[in-house]
Design a protein around this ligand. Sequence first.
Ligand code: BG6
Length: 491
Amino acid sequence: KVIPAAAITIFGAKGDLTRRKLIPALYNLFIDNHLPSRFVIYCVDFLPMDEEVFKADLLDGINQFSRNGKADPVIWETFAQRIFYVQGDFLQAGTFTGLKEKLTAFDKANEQPGVRLFYFAVAPRFIEIISEALHKHKLCNKIALHRMIIEKPFGTDLTTARKLNRFLQERFDEKQVYRIDHYLGKETVQNIMAFRFANYVFEPLWNNKYIDHIQISVAEEVGVGKRGGYYDSSGALRDMIQNHLLQLLCVIAMECPAAYEAETIRDAKTRVLKSIRPYTNANVFKQVIRGQYTEGTVNNMPRPAYRNEEQVAADSNTETFVAAKLNIDNERWKGVPFFLRTGKSMPRQSSVIVIQFKDSPNKIFKDDIVPNRLIISIQPELEISLLFESKVPGLEMKLKPVEMDFMYQDAYSETLPEAYEALLIDALHGDATLFMRADQIEAAWKVVMPILDAWEKHRGKKLEFYPAGTWGPDACNSLLRPHATEWFSLP
Ligand code: BG6
């Protein structure tokens, strides 16, 4: 599909996201000829900045964070000519009237109307302010070509998310609002759809008759770093489980949609979220483990306790680790627990989904049989492998589990696009498949609300501590029983 022209406006141009993710992604799309021949990038932020200094900082960001390494000076020059720094206070009408003049002039110079994409890379308190101004000053009109990408966190609980949804829906069409969850843009996560729905061989096994349990684990090596201010009022449940991990769960558990198309896919995912059995006051503390890291060593480097991190309260009860058991009450999944785990300051980065099959009822061999296991590794390893029993060569019938492996690096020579590249191009093309719809985001909040409420009521109750550089509190293994004794991790 070809888009004639696009004006991309980034609010929060001086923020980390712009420098680390957005500009490197746009630059890579530019190199690969995915951006329209006519495009501009307006970068809006509060601080007065010399445009050249601003651009030099963006270039530095590309050189540090782009998957393609250092920028080519000639290509960068051409790309940078389309970038403009717009100094403006989000609270002042003048910011938006000035921007409107630029957008109108850009539109006038195009033969056909172009896309207007507004990216909200801002603190949550600015979302309503900026969207109201875009509406009031008619920068983002109620037409399909005018779109907004809203970063997470989308609300801090169900009430605030609902309120924000209503606010946006009163001013814009739902189809104009792209709520981002960058996990959905990851190549390996998109591939789960292909794996499940383009390979019929797995479908008959994908249910409670053959699957014992499922583990979804997103372990991070990083701590909270410089984000303590945000993180301390958020915590792992809001920061990771409500969005990324529940979305991974949806992709694994959803029914096959009628078409590869935004609405049917999002319907299928929302149905999963609505089928999750609600936690009760009585079981929250049994089924959800919360943890916080103490001082330790990660990758041979000392790591302070979470409570000693910058901008974190010295008596903080915020969780940096969550392990949760969930049940999905539908025909396919009744009786199959889903175990979700995420944490910071763990020994290494590792995002894996494990589909653990049931024991074979055939007991004809002397050796114990290890049940089959399908491992979908999302990052940093990019692979899918199936563990199965095999006869060890020799004169005896002796068994040993082996792995059948699909590794991206062996199968493909292409480098993988970053999640933000996939998502930005989709938004430019008006494809919302990988974005969150209003009802989907609310359904995800509904799942975690009983946990948030119970934790709020019993501050600090059963907060478990784990030294930085370990796989979380001991209690998280007992959560798995009797289905497993410990969480799976790649060697
Ligand atoms: C973000 C969270 O949404 O995802 C961060 O706010 C987290 O706390 C990050 O570190 C993880 O993303 P990725 O792509 O590095 O796994």
